[in-house]
Design a protein around this ligand. Structure first.
Ligand code: ADP
Ligand code: MG
Length: 623
């Protein structure tokens, strides 16, 4: 085209496209899901803009927020069109080629180490999946603030943009035309497309239509001259005639002769039924539907089920519906740049209208691993995002969401037979259902345990609830995880405090001289080996009226021993001499120990000072 401007793809994007083009990946279907998801995003955007400015929707057909799929078998073109927000010329240049997103190189890397192409949407580069099935793609787009442009590329390292003076005007929105590769002919079959939309896009909240063919019977005047007339007549008509022969004979003869022929017509056929899952009653939604809904939210179409979900309807001053999911696995970057990340995975809707998926006010950071959505009837629709962020209802919503999330996690533990405190109960309730739930809390803990610890640090209001979800190993847990409640149930009579020790590994801790006496006297000690545990224990002071005591710190009490006083007295001179000698070495005190059995002496941290392990962690952080 003479008016085309040429651009080169950004290097990483180009590499990504090469990988896709040359991929032997068998599941090429995913491109349709990605295109529909982009169309849906664009529709969400224009609908959101229309809340404060109705004009943006235009008039006539442009006001219809829908997605249309059309096939051109002759020219092997599949096109997907939306009446979304559209793209300006600059958007086309940036979004489809010149600006690499953070996910681009991450995805390229993943693919080079045998990653799953199916996850392309999670990395924010789903559009390029079109090159799994097409060798030439045109993107025609009209944004309210610009003219209509065409983007086109044969994935040869470059793309071109031209003002569109030849296609039909779109009004507003985007049409993607895929010139299908020879071997991708199946995507010209209506039945295939219908199946794909059913399979992947059933939770899209806009109507999806297919320009579908339909065979219809048409009555046309029979042509007397045509010799084939009688043969073509359908059998049924003949039979009818025989039956009616006696009664209707005369009438029949007077009628002009007609025949029925099959004709192909086209009409828009709706492919999805858009009753949003969260608006339905939780009792009506099946496990399979929740799983599929999770997959569409997560842009993860594997076959793993979410670990848990909670679907509820909050009533009262603030009304909302919500669905929360615990994913089967933690994403690779969950705790990366935890404190400055903006990674909410909750979608916010107000009265069925999608508002944002970057709304951090809904969940605290430590629950960011949850996926889901909130649809509120109480929040106002026609205000800016900034005003919404300050709305008083948000606090209530957040509080309820946290409660529900923690309940959901608590249930994961309660339903796990491995977690049961009561051995007899465990045997009685043995069933297939239990088998599936066995070990599920350990799995949860291994993936998201750190989040629970961060919660204890950050969320004072829910600290006790979160502490109940805490799991750890102890000197007596035999390699298994145990809880604070279980620890307390096993405490020796006369033991007042909950004992713990921190260190870099279980092996290192088990050799610690601090544990000698405690082990001999059969006390159980919690072994904390994660760096975050040091911080955790600065916030977790007590649990059910029991204080926590670091056994490497001053103040360890193991109950009275009759000989204590006597021993203390007889070593008085020695401890005094030692204290005086070490005074210049930052040693506060020298005492007779009640924690050692074989080791002659040990350095103990003062009650409020950093433990040796904390010193180690701080040192490694500043280095
Ligand atoms: P993502 O959807 O995760 O942002 P994609 O690679 O699927 O990544 O799309 C890249 C970008 O291209 C989108 O963010 C959007 O800005 C733009 N885009 C793609 N399809 C459309 C469309 N149908 N309408 C408007 N913009 C679109
Ligand atoms: Mg996308």
């Amino acid at each position: 085209r003479s008016n085309a401007e040429k651009f080169e793809f950004q290097a990483e994007v180009s590499r990504l496209m090469d990988i896709i083009i040359n991929s032997l990946y068998s599941n090429k279907d995913i491109f349709l899901r990605e295109l529909i998801s982009n169309a849906s995003d664009a529709l969400d955007k224009i609908r959101f803009l229309s809340l404060t400015d109705k004009e943006v929707l235009g008039e006539g057909d442009d006001t219809k927020l829908e997605i249309q799929i059309k096939l051109d078998k002759e020219n092997k073109i599949l096109s997907i069109r939306d009446r979304g927000v559209g793209m300006t010329k600059e958007d086309l240049i940036k979004n489809l080629g010149t600006i690499a997103k953070s996910g681009t190189s991450a995805f390229v890397e993943k693919m080079q180490t045998g990653g799953d192409l199916n996850l392309i949407g999670q990395f924010g580069v789903g559009f390029y999946s079109v090159y799994l099935v097409a060798d030439y793609v045109e993107v025609i787009s009209k944004h309210n603030e610009d003219k209509q442009y065409v983007w086109e590329s044969k994935a040869d390292g470059a793309f071109a943009i031209s003002e569109d003076t030849y296609n039909e005007p779109l009004g507003r929105g985007t049409e993607i035309r895929l010139h299908l590769r020879e071997e991708a002919g199946e995507y010209l079959e209506e039945s295939k497309l219908k199946d794909l939309v059913k399979k992947y896009s059933e939770f899209i909240n806009f109507p999806i239509y297919l320009w579908a063919s339909k065979e219809v019977d048409v009555e046309v005047p029979a042509d007397e001259d045509e010799s084939s007339d009688d043969e073509e007549k359908p059998e049924s008509t003949e039979e009818e005639e025989k039956e009616d022969e006696d009664t209707d004979k005369e009438e029949d003869e007077q009628k002009p002769k007609t025949k029925t022929i099959k004709e192909t017509t086209f009409e828009w056929e709706r492919l999805n039924d858009v009753k949003a899952i969260w608006l339905r009653s939780p009792r009506e939604v099946t496990e399979e539907e929740y799983t599929k809904f999770y997959h569409s939210l997560a842009k993860d179409f594997g076959d793993e089920k979410p670990m848990a979900w909670s679907h509820f309807n909050a009533e009262g001053d603030v009304e909302f519906k919500a669905v929360l999911f615990v994913p089967p696995k933690a994403p690779h970057d969950l705790y990366e740049s935890y404190y400055n990340a903006n990674k909410s995975n909750l979608k916010l809707y107000v009265r069925r209208v999608f508002i944002s998926d970057e709304f951090d006010e809904l969940l605290p950071k430590y629950l960011m691993f949850l996926l889901g959505l909130v649809d509120s009837d109480t929040l106002p629709l026609n205000v800016s995002r900034e005003m919404l962020q300050q709305h008083s209802s948000l606090k209530t919503i957040k509080k309820k969401l946290i409660r529900k999330a923690l309940d959901m996690i608590r249930k994961l533990a309660e339903e796990d037979p491995d977690e049961s405190h009561d051995k007899d109960k465990k045997e009685v309730e043995e069933s297939k259902d239990n088998d599936e739930k066995r070990g599920q809390y350990t799995k949860f803990w291994n993936e998201f345990g750190k989040s629970i610890k961060l919660g204890i640090i950050e969320d004072a209001a829910n600290r006790n609830r979160l502490a109940k979800l805490l799991r750890f190993e102890t000197t007596k847990s035999d390699g298994k995880l145990t809880s604070l409640e279980q620890y307390i149930s096993r405490m020796k009579s006369g033991q007042k405090d909950i004992f713990y020790i921190t260190g870099s590994s279980k092996e290192q801790l088990e050799k610690s001289p601090f544990l000698e006496r405690l082990k001999k006297k059969n006390f159980e000690v919690i072994l904390f080996t994660d760096p975050v545990d040091e911080y955790l224990m600065q916030y977790l002071m007590d649990f059910e009226d029991k204080k926590f005591q670091n056994v490497s710190k001053e103040g360890l009490k193991l109950g009275k021993d009759s000989k204590d006083k006597e021993i203390k007295e007889s070593f008085k001179e020695l401890t005094k001499w030692w204290k005086d000698t070490l005074a210049s070495e930052n040693v506060d005190d020298v005492k007779i120990s009640n924690r050692l059995a074989d080791t002659p002496c040990v350095v103990v941290t003062s009650k409020y000072g950093w433990s040796a392990n904390m010193e180690r962690i701080m040192q490694s952080q500043t280095l």
